[in-house]
Design a protein around this ligand. Structure first.
Ligand code: DX5
Ligand code: ZN
Length: 218
């Protein structure tokens, strides 16, 4: 299992050193939650902040866009140094055009589904994307409870990939991942877990990441 600490739970006055701390702790990706106050009822940060903190690690930046018009801003996030950009299938932009735009910048692209969206919403795009992110909380805030009833979607996506002859399409889950929920995610076949509170609020981030990985491997 790979772990992507969500910077949403970091000390924003020290974002650079928080990224260095997660790098040393064994993070596989840095997960950056971009919210526009329109697609979700919260506002975080945008491309200039991501660009400013890009230099603090060589680990890949997994940029999760919770914004209404990802097509309009895709270039800005590519320029800021995103390695992977995920955007919501429920957004207002044209999905195919947004996928193509991100890929044209040599950035990996993923589609995200909110809890009320069925897995089948991403099926038409599986052949052209690099990841699917299944939300296990309503997007907008850290620290919410894990929705285990989202996990069958992971299996449905994996089954559809098999049907389409796609061998390796990683599935990520985001929201409420902790030592008590990660085993269920692993069992469902999840490849990458985002974890905000569980990693940033732990006394020892390295122990927290190691423990999450160990539980997932069991
Ligand atoms: C929620 C964000 C998540 C969030 C996860 O909208 O997409 O990445 O930070 O936080 P935890 O792990 O605390 O649920
Ligand atoms: Zn996220």
């Amino acid at each position: 299992m790979e772990i992507a600490p969500s910077l949403l739970s970091c000390d924003f006055s020290q974002m650079g050193s928080e990224i260095e701390r997660m790098d040393k702790a064994g993070a596989d990706y840095m997960h950056l939650d971009v919210m526009d106050g329109h697609f979700v009822p919260n506002i975080t940060f945008g491309a200039p902040v991501i660009k400013a903190v890009r230099k603090f690690t060589k680990k890949p930046f997994d940029v999760h866009l919770m914004i209404s018009d990802p097509l309009k801003y895709a270039d800005d996030f590519a320029d800021a140094g995103a390695d992977l950009i995920t955007f919501h299938v429920e957004c207002d932009s044209d999905i195919d055009k947004t996928i193509d735009k991100i890929k044209s910048r040599n950035v990996k692209v993923g589609l995200v589904i909110k809890p009320k969206t069925p897995a089948s919403a991403v099926f038409p795009y599986l052949k052209k994307i690099d990841m699917v992110l299944v939300m296990t909380v309503e997007p907008g805030f850290g620290g919410q409870s894990f929705m285990a009833d989202m996990l069958p979607k992971v299996k449905e996506i994996k089954a559809e990939c098999q049907k389409l002859g796609i061998d390796t399409l990683p599935v990520e889950v985001d929201g409420g991942i902790s030592e008590s929920t990660i085993a269920q995610a692993a069992e469902a076949g999840v490849d990458i877990c985002v974890a905000g509170t569980a990693v940033f609020k732990a006394d020892d981030a390295e122990k927290a990441i190691t423990s999450l990985k160990n539980i997932a491997e069991k």
